[in-house]
Design a protein. Structure first.
Length: 249
């Protein structure tokens, strides 16, 4: 049986007179990278924000680990195992890579009663940070100031910060944006290594990268899903070719 960790049914989100997402359904299973593609304005990032709990849907239901979380706010979903990254790099640039991950890990290891002990001494948070750094392939940069990292390494750090909260589901919004070929290869290798223990939603415009890493693809146009399936089926879909990939490609 497919190990579905996150599912959404008939999600609709409106902004006044604009319907940004219109009756979108999808599911994310452990061991898969599920890419969502579409032109600018298709509703991809809005969908991620609704799944993460940063925006409430006007209609539809969301389930995390088979529990309905539609009304849960973002912090509660994060504590239940949902991590995400953003289009823009969101790190603490003056802190080290390890400190960035430790701060992220503290969300799961809060100890308000232990106010006399510095947070930097929290064993659980430091161990979670070390584990996340290892998973993300950043061991050699652990003591590096985050703001001095290359663009690609900063994007890896963002994923490491998500991993520090020990999520089972990762929502990644354009993690390859602005990368060169070597950085892209490294990131795709990271995603492939993470999917065995995670369900991954990938928003991405780099179609070559999408077809290299995705196990299934959902295509959105004007807030609606026009196609869903395995990569080859999406390549061969005439409606997708016309609407997004380019007729005849």
């Amino acid at each position: 049986m497919t190990d579905v960790l996150l599912s959404a049914t008939n999600i609709t989100r409106r902004f006044r007179g604009l319907t940004a997402i219109d009756q979108v359904s999808l599911s994310l299973a452990r061991g898969t990278v599920h890419a969502v593609i579409g032109t600018n304005g298709a509703g991809k990032s809005t969908l991620v924000s609704v799944l993460a709990g940063e925006l409430a849907p006007n209609e539809g239901s969301i389930f995390l680990h088979r529990q309905e979380v539609t009304s849960w706010p973002q912090p509660r979903r994060a504590r239940a195992g949902l991590g995400r990254s953003y289009q823009r790099t969101t790190i603490f640039p003056t802190l080290t890579v390890h400190e960035n991950c430790r701060i992220a890990a503290q969300a799961n290891h809060q100890a308000f009663w232990n106010w006399a002990t510095p947070a930097s001494k929290c064993k659980a948070s430091n161990e979670a940070a070390d584990h996340a750094i290892s998973l993300a392939g950043l061991e050699s940069d652990s003591a590096q100031i985050a703001g001095l990292l290359s663009h690609g390494r900063k994007r890896q750090l963002e994923i490491a910060m998500s991993l520090a909260t020990r999520p089972s589901v990762l929502l990644l919004d354009e993690p390859l944006a602005g990368m060169g070929s070597e950085e892209t290869d490294r990131m795709l290798g990271l995603l492939a290594s993470l999917k065995a223990e995670h369900a991954i939603l990938l928003i991405e415009h780099d179609m070559d990268a999408v077809f290299r890493v995705a196990d299934e693809i959902t295509v959105m146009v004007n807030g609606r899903v026009i196609a869903h399936g395995e990569p080859q089926a999406i390549r061969d879909n005439p409606e997708v070719q016309t609407a997004y990939l380019g007729d005849g490609e």
